[in-house]
Design a protein around this ligand. Structure first.
Ligand code: C2E
Ligand code: MG
Ligand code: MG
Length: 486
């Protein structure tokens, strides 16, 4: 059939137009769709970022944000520009426990806001977890930095100004000055944390304690780790030795007893004093095993003296505070004593006076149990801390050991003498025996001779010594010579 070109052309034109319109609509629809998806993506992204980079408790930055930004800032700045500070609130748990966690959260936000208001340009702050905050501060001078941190702590405690009953928030900070910006951020934070722990040990009592990281702390940690790895094997291999320090009775200058003091004969480092390992063992609980080991050595020695027909000397052992955490502390001791068949009155347990202060109830129970079995108990380090004379009348204690601080150089004056005299006199009236520890000078020993002091345990007569040396001195029948030099 024949169609006129005009008609056909019109139809084609209409179809092309339709196609163009439909295509454009589809393209537009697609574009709109893509835009929509993108928009919702970016909203989600923002929400996620908000979630990841914001701390819900303080409304400030999160750990993730802090880490990311700190790395950027550290890399971009010359070495030594920044210091990373790890900060926490001492005994924060108490606030949660006493006032509830809502109050705890409010306190954290308050602390955050006070610090945030004191940050300069290019500085960071975030709550990392619990009550731990991290700060990245411009370093400047060390003293300036320390002062800034002190001022923050003071500002935080300003709310107390209006209060009658004050609640001090003690802040502890560890500072790591970042000399090497390439150093891994985790390492830097770890160092700041380590310094913070050191700060807490340094001087409790003020509203702010601060310590700077030094390599020293790091090597100490490594050494401690090494000790922990070796301690069990060392105990099994008999590397712990018992030294005895004589307690000298002043009337005849004769040995009336001894205190057992532990030493560690390390194969590579030689003879280590207790200060090198006992604090660590008290932290990790190993001290319980060491104390029992020392006790067993002492029982074995007393058995030997009894078998040899010697007049046995009473020996005291130290009982770490760690023992008081468990209920049945007496059982393993009693088992050992029975095994060596040693009369309990030859054994004395020394408890340090801080135990009496921290946990008087537990101490009273322990004393009761030990006495029931016939052991003697003494209060060690009396006068070094919080002890009050009042405590003496409430505690059923057989002996007090006056701490060496009574006989230090600073205490050496008439006033010091009369304090010592009063304590000794009070103890005598309460029928408590007295041992004066850490006496180094003949003058002090002569002074004590004129008081009611029962025994002296100090370098003026003898240092702690190996058992064989002690036997020689104690069973020689001669008075113990006194040091001559002042
Ligand atoms: P501590 O129980 O108060 O023991 C007395 C410490 O004073 C001993 O130190 C002793 O050597 C020292 N000392 C005695 N006289 C003098 C003196 O005139 N001048 C001076 N400067 N020091 C004197 P050591 O042996 O280093 O022991 C330190 C502490 O370690 C002990 O204090 C005790 O608390 C703890 N310790 C020692 N052995 C053991 C143990 O087997 N178990 C436990 N739990 N603690 C122990
Ligand atoms: Mg002692
Ligand atoms: Mg002592």
């Amino acid at each position: 059939s024949v169609v006129p070109t005009e008609t056909a052309g019109r139809t084609v034109d209409r179809m092309i137009l339709l196609a163009v319109v439909v295509d454009s609509a589809i393209v537009l629809l697609f574009l709109a769709l893509i835009l929509l998806v993108k928009r919702s993506f970016s909203r989600q992204q923002k929400e996620l970022e908000q979630l990841a980079f914001c701390d819900p408790v303080t409304g400030g930055r999160s750990r993730a944000y802090f880490t990311r930004e700190a790395v950027k800032l550290l890399r971009a700045a010359p070495p030594g520009t920044y210091a990373l500070v790890s900060m926490d609130v001492e005994k924060f748990k108490l606030i949660n426990d006493t006032f509830g966690s809502e109050m705890g959260d409010k306190t954290l936000k308050f602390i955050h806001d006070v610090i945030a208001a004191r940050l300069g340009e290019g500085e960071l702050l975030a709550r990392i977890s619990g009550d731990v905050f991290k700060l990245l501060l411009k370093c400047g001078d060390r003293a300036v930095l320390e002062r800034r941190l002190g001022e923050m702590a003071e500002e935080i405690n300003r709310f107390n100004d209006k209060l009658q009953e004050k609640y001090l928030l003690t802040m502890a900070e560890g500072v790591c000055i970042v000399d090497d910006p390439q150093l891994d951020i985790v390492t830097i934070q770890g160092r700041a944390n380590e310094a913070r722990e050191a700060a807490k040990r340094s001087k409790p009592g003020s509203v702010n304690v601060c310590a700077f990281y030094t390599n020293d702390g790091r090597s100490r940690m490594l050494r401690e780790k090494e000790i922990e790895n070796r301690m069990e094997a060392a105990l099994a291999a008999g590397e712990f030795e018992v030294y005895l320090q004589p307690k000298v009775e002043l009337r005849w200058n004769s040995v009336a007893g001894a205190e057992a003091l532990v030493r560690w004969r390390d194969r590579t480092r030689g003879l280590l004093p207790p200060s090198e390992f006992i604090p660590l063992f008290e932290q990790n609980g190993f001290i319980v095993k060491v104390d029992l080991y020392v006790f067993e050595q002492v029982c074995r020695l007393l058995r030997k003296w009894l078998d040899e027909g010697k007049k046995p000397m009473p020996i005291s052992v130290n009982l770490s505070r760690v023992h008081l955490r468990s209920l049945d502390i007496l059982a393993p001791y009693d088992e050992i004593r029975a095994r060596y068949d040693v009369p309990p009155e030859l054994l004395e347990f020394e408890l340090t006076e801080t135990v009496a202060f921290e946990n008087a109830e537990a101490l009273r129970m322990v004393l009761g149990e030990f006495h029931q079995r016939g052991y003697r108990c003494s209060l060690d380090d009396f006068g070094s801390g919080y002890s009050s004379l009042n405590m003496l009348k409430d505690l059923n204690i057989d002996v007090i050991k006056l701490d060496r601080t009574f006989f230090s150089d600073e205490g050496e004056n008439d006033r010091g003498d009369s304090v010592v005299q009063s304590v000794l006199e009070l103890a005598r009236r309460l029928r408590i025996q007295t041992v004066c520890e850490g006496v180094e000078r003949p003058r002090q020993a002569e002074f004590l001779r004129r008081t009611s002091c029962d025994m002296v345990q100090g370098f003026v007569f003898a240092r702690p010594m190996p058992v064989a040396d002690f036997e020689e001195l104690a069973y020689s029948g001669k008075p113990v010579p006194m040091a001559q030099t002042e």
